[in-house]
Design a protein around this ligand. Structure first.
Ligand SMILES: [Zn+2]
Length: 226
């Protein structure tokens, strides 16, 4: 009764279409849940996420849960997650994906879930990394430790960047680094991010992780754009 009253005055709305959620619906309504375009990449070893990184970086596994389409539900919910403080969307996607991934053999060998670190300036502005809730939900559901201290973003001042003669690609490689000890040698890292677009950030992050001797890397994202 109390909850119903709260809903009456502060109705929870669907993050996809803004319609009022029913009591048993969480974050998005049943209709949006059915309309969201799923990739089913995890059941296809030669999926588009794998081909995106083919020849660029050696990966054990790569997948994204949703197809990212402009003006679609996925764009709407990712926007709310990134810019409107709706961290619960990341958690919802993580729980959803964990169910799909739990029986995938490559996922069973993962030792750590690693989020792509947010630029410190963006972290200050936003107050949170939009990937954290997603990564933590995957971590808890799959019982794989979440580690946000291995992969770090190095901070450059503008003047340093200007002075640098490095090409942009080389500079990107230099932006991420790993901090590790012997306990992380030979481990399998699952790198997580929101949307795969060009894949360049994920590529340089993977490259950084592969500096750890005998490391293996896989990638799982919320969505991938065509
Ligand atoms: Zn909806």
């Amino acid at each position: 009764m109390f909850i119903s009253l709260i809903n009456l005055f502060f109705p929870r709305v669907c993050s996809g279409c803004n319609s009022i959620l029913l009591t048993d619906e969480k974050v998005i309504c049943t209709s949006c849940r059915h309309e969201i375009p799923l990739t089913n990449f995890h059941n296809n070893p030669n999926n588009e996420a794998v081909s995106k990184f083919y020849g660029r970086i050696p990966l054990e596994f790569a997948a994204a849960l949703f197809h990212f389409q402009k003006k679609g539900i996925v764009q709407e919910i990712i926007h709310k997650l990134k810019y409107k403080g709706h961290e619960e969307i990341g958690e919802m996607i993580g729980l959803w994906y964990a169910e799909e991934l739990q029986n995938i053999p490559e996922i069973k060998t993962v030792d750590f879930i690693i989020p792509v670190p947010l630029h410190p300036r963006k972290l200050r502005e936003r107050g949170y990394n939009q990937v954290t809730a997603f990564g933590k939900a995957l971590s808890e559901s799959l019982a794989i430790p979440y580690n946000e201290s291995v992969l770090v973003r190095k901070v450059y001042s503008k003047t340093q960047t200007k002075k640098s003669l490095l090409k942009r690609s080389e500079l990107n490689t230099a932006i991420f680094d790993v901090i590790y000890d012997e306990a992380l040698i030979g481990k399998h890292f699952l790198l997580v991010d929101d949307v795969i677009t060009t894949g360049s950030t994920l590529e340089v992050c993977s490259r950084a992780l592969l500096k750890i001797p005998d490391a293996k890397v896989s990638i799982v994202c919320m969505a991938m754009s065509q």
